[in-house]
Design a protein around this ligand. Structure first.
Ligand SMILES: Nc1ncnc2c1ncn2[C@@H]1O[C@H](COP(=O)(O)OP(=O)(O)OP(=O)(O)O)[C@@H](O)[C@H]1O
Ligand SMILES: Cc1cn([C@H]2C[C@H](O)[C@@H](COP(=O)(O)O)O2)c(=O)[nH]c1=O
Length: 208
């Protein structure tokens, strides 16, 4: 079986961290080899860039921010993602390039075509086999996040930023429905887990 590259994405507060456990359990149940990783991050270089990117005192403009994210991604692809896939290990990444289109494109307002240029240069055609897009209305995400202290540099951004980001995520999913599973993450955790398990089962041709 060819190894699959799966990404998990959505606006802050959509429930990615919470639902990673569901994905872990599904792979354990089916005894499939899998590597969990995240962006920005996943390597020493990537984690150092993540620290800068999420630090509220960092003053990076939108283009610098985007280049930092793609620098982290290049290292992540070369050091972690591509080697794992080559060894027939499935890879699940907590965020990938959809986040750049959504946050730097939708949120920050950079041209999506510029992000696509960087995507082509860095990924050389590599795309996820499945993207689990956790989708919630902004009010739900914000209500959930309000329970967490110390918002990071992105979590401090305003409602318009996240509305634009959510729109880009949904537009991308609509334009390539074979690659995306839109998960209604406003439902309770059991119902969200069911949708995630169904999407994984469909990708692998296994039981949910
Ligand atoms: N389906 C759900 N129903 C109720 N609460 C939820 C649900 N999913 C997540 N939560 C709660 O919402 C909060 C945010 O969830 P989580 O940290 O998983 O979001 P996230 O998308 O990973 O956010 P971030 O990207 O900022 O880490 C947590 O307190 C979590 O327990
Ligand atoms: C990959 C990627 C991430 N971001 C932002 C989105 C989040 O606010 C943070 C990462 O933190 P997480 O809650 O642990 O996912 O970084 C971004 O703006 N652009 C990207 O490409």
């Amino acid at each position: 079986m060819k190894a699959s590259f799966i990404t998990l994405d959505g606006i802050d507060g959509a429930g990615k961290s919470t639902n990673l456990n569901t994905i872990r359990s599904w792979f354990e149940k089916h005894q499939l080899p899998v590597l969990f990783t995240r962006e920005p991050g996943g390597t020493a270089v990537g984690e150092a860039l993540r620290k800068l990117l999420l630090d509220p005192t960092t003053h990076a403009n939108a283009r610098t921010e985007t280049l930092m994210i793609f620098a982290a991604r290049q290292q992540h692809l070369d050091e972690v993602i591509k080697p794992a896939l080559a060894q027939d290990i499935h890879v699940v990444s907590d965020r990938f390039t959809d986040a750049t289109f959504a946050y730097q494109g939708g949120g920050r307002g950079l041209p999506l075509a510029d992000i696509a240029t960087l995507e082509n240069w860095v990924q050389q055609g590599l795309q996820p086999d499945l993207t689990l897009l956790l989708d919630v209305p902004l009010t739900v995400a914000q209500q959930r996040l309000s329970q967490n202290g110390n918002p990071d540099r992105f979590e401090q951004l305003d409602t318009a930023f996240f509305e634009h980001a959510r729109t880009v995520y949904l537009d991308r999913a609509a334009s390539a429905p074979q690659r995306y599973a839109i998960i209604d993450s406003s439902l309770n955790l059991d119902e969200v887990a069911l949708q995630i398990n169904q999407a994984l089962a469909q990708l692998f041709g296994l039981n949910a």
